[in-house]
Design a protein around this ligand. Sequence first.
Ligand code: SAM
Length: 283
Amino acid sequence: MNYRHIYHAGNFADVLKHAVLARLVRYMQNKDKAFRVLDTHAGIGLYDLSSEEAQKTGEWRDGIGRVIEAKLEPQVANLLEPYLSAVRELNPEGGIRLYPGSPKLSRMLFRPQDRLSAMELHPEDFVRLHRVFEGDHHVRVTELDGWLALGAHLPPKEKRGIVLVDPPFEEEGEYDRLIDGLEKAWRRFPGGTYCLWYPLKKDAPIRAFHEGLQALEIPKMLCAELTVKSDRHETGLTGSGLIVVNPPFTLKDELHALLPALKDILTQDRFASHRAFWLRGEA
Ligand code: SAM
């Protein structure tokens, strides 16, 4: 396990993932009933962007660094409000030094009745994550393989929930693992909202990944992708995608407003693009 998210925190891929996660949390809160977020690959929860690691790549500068400075249309500002309000709350003196990872972001948006279960397998990152939520009775942090949590921790006792699966993609076969993990989880908890993250890069097997997901016959699956640069000369990340199972009925329209705005803000060359479509369901 070499991957450490501190090098990438707040980058363009985090922006898409966290903006959508915040929309999902807010949507759940349309009902009073409690829900749980299961965050299977949680990271350390809170990132210091002035740290040596984050400064070394500076990836956040072309991610949240651009978004926080951008002049947003009212509709887009409204859609990004839950996400950006959390970022601003962590940085009351302006600018951006602290950045919320997915578990911290969910937690910051919670009402008193909402709960979080977060898994992190890297021993050092687990310790840091645990420290962030020490004494917080809304949160359970476990040093556990997140793929196992998709079996053992579902369905949540609240019977309502969001499952974020955000693996590091440092090993071969991670796209297939996502498909298998979703199948296993969905059988145990078919009513859950799932959000799966995946990388877009040169030669990534995206078509096979989408076909594998379609073959699961899960009724409602929405796909959102945002590419910020061409992959012609790139071997690294050029964009990222999210699969949302059982999305809020509002999410597709929200993505149609959000994605073009984020593309304009995050673009690194003229090949930036976006798309949002039903992989299965309401085509
Ligand atoms: N979800 C986080 C966020 O958005 O702020 C970022 C998570 S990062 C992409 C992936 C994390 O998964 C890393 O911290 C890594 O240590 C952890 N990890 C890797 N394999 C894991 C596994 N099998 N189970 C749980 N965590 C794992």
